[in-house]
Design a protein around this ligand. Structure first.
Ligand code: HGY
Ligand code: MN
Ligand code: MN
Length: 419
């Protein structure tokens, strides 16, 4: 496929992208760190900033029924099916600023370049900023992309955040109608494909000295919520042998999870990212502990067996320590393949921009895991320094952001719908 020459010569995407990354990163709930969570004032402010950029690029922009930002750049004539681009604009707590926003900002930059050159394509381009990919506020995740895919689970509306606010209440406070989420769903016929540019969030591209990579698959994940209950007591008077210490029990479980995953099991990874011990006083034996577990593997059957083994080990520890246990799966995503026909078009664009083609899987989850329910998906990874992510030190060099944008734009201009 002969790549069309794009009008990128000399257009420095990288600097503009880096500037917008910084502007969006200034919208945070906690000065000094980046935290932008679903259905918060920061979510609203971030959406307004992104929609303004979309409108500058001659896109129609709106907030959909769950708070995704949706921008549309019409094709040669109005109403054509679209190539959907995008990523998420929510963050983890104390986040890096590139995870998510790079995909949204780069896609808008590509559309702005098309608009500047008066280019209209035989399909529309849509850019979606997903409102909740990280699943920080409520246990489930991919809420925005699931709403677009029509697979949003209404039971999630009853889930509560750490302050006891339900998603339903949070949506109403934000100004959205929780009974109207279905309006965000798109028909498969409207979407030709979903392609997401994202930082790698791992060390492989840097180790290979490559600026970009073509993603082959997105690893599946299981998230669990665990609650251990023992007996709160006086730290000075209860002999060790008589204690029902929920935190010591949790500690033994956490080490068991780490040891289970650390024995080389074909890419299996396990993380306890959140723990809360109650009542939380130095001189009180913790009576209740809640913590989360995140288990991933490139192979779904393997992950499911690992989850079952880990649950069994936790049950054994709890029984031996005389504790009580509640353990629930709060989120499950199967491993999602990137469509070969899309991978090939991304690879052609990578080559046309003078870069070697390197394929790699994604250990991180992405919105493509939901979007695959209505269309084929693919991803382009951009190198990030040290492979660091979910960390304020997360960083992309402007030249790499520039190459990522050039590859994405070339892929867009040469995009050939399936069949
Ligand atoms: O957890 C993940 O893999 C993604 O960053 N949400
Ligand atoms: Mn993330
Ligand atoms: Mn991400």
């Amino acid at each position: 496929m002969e790549a069309k020459v794009t009008g990128l010569a000399g257009l420095l995407f990288g600097e503009q992208i880096a500037g917008r990354i910084d502007a969006l990163a200034a919208i945070t709930e906690a000065p000094g760190q980046l935290t932008r969570i679903f259905l918060t004032p920061e979510h609203r402010a971030g959406a307004e900033m992104i929609m303004a950029w979309m409108r500058e690029a001659e896109m129609a922009a709106h907030l959909d029924a769950i708070g995704n930002v949706c921008g549309r750049y019409e094709g040669e004539r109005p109403g054509l099916p679209c190539l959907m681009l995008g990523s998420h604009y929510d963050t983890v707590r104390d986040a890096g600023r590139w995870d998510g926003p790079l995909g949204v900002i780069t896609a808008i930059a590509c559309v702005a370049d098309l608009h500047a050159r008066g280019v209209r394509l035989p399909f529309a381009i849509e850019v979606t900023g997903f409102a909740d990919e990280e699943g920080v506020r409520f246990a489930s995740t991919l809420l925005g992309s699931r709403a677009i895919a029509g697979t949003f689970d209404e039971s999630a509306l009853g889930s509560k955040d750490r302050r006891g606010v339900t998603m339903r209440q949070a949506m109403q406070t934000f100004g959205l109608d929780p009974d109207h989420i279905g309006a965000a769903a798109r028909a498969p016929a409207e979407v030709l494909a979903y392609v997401e540019l994202h930082i790698e969030q791992g060390p492989v591209l840097e180790a290979k000295h490559l600026p970009v990579g073509v993603v082959t698959a997105i690893a599946g994940a299981t998230r669990l919520a665990v609650e251990l209950r023992g007996i709160a007591g006086h730290a000075g008077t209860v002999p060790m042998a008589l204690r029902r210490d929920a935190l010591a029990g949790a500690a033994e479980c956490i080490v068991a999870i780490e040891e289970f995953c650390a024995t080389d099991r074909d890419g299996l990874v396990g993380t306890v990212g959140y723990i809360n011990a109650m009542p939380g006083a130095t001189n009180v034996i913790p009576g209740m502990v809640s913590f989360t577990i995140d288990i991933r593997s490139p192979r779904d059957p393997f992950r499911k067996l690992a989850v079952a083994d880990i649950v069994r080990q936790i049950e054994e520890i709890v029984k031996r320590r005389g504790l009580q246990l509640d353990i629930n799966v709060t989120h499950e995503n199967r491993t999602v393949p990137c469509a070969p026909w899309l991978q090939q078009q991304i690879a052609a664009a990578v080559m046309a921009e003078g870069c070697p083609v390197f394929e790699l899987p994604s250990g991180a989850g992405h919105d493509g895991m939901a979007m695959i329910d209505i269309t084929d998906v693919a991803m382009l990874f951009v190198r990030c320094r040290g492979g660091v992510s979910h960390n304020p030190a997360e960083h992309v060099e402007a030249p790499d952001a520039d190459i990522g944008a050039r590859v994405l734009l070339r892929m867009i201009e040469n995009f050939a719908p399936k069949g």
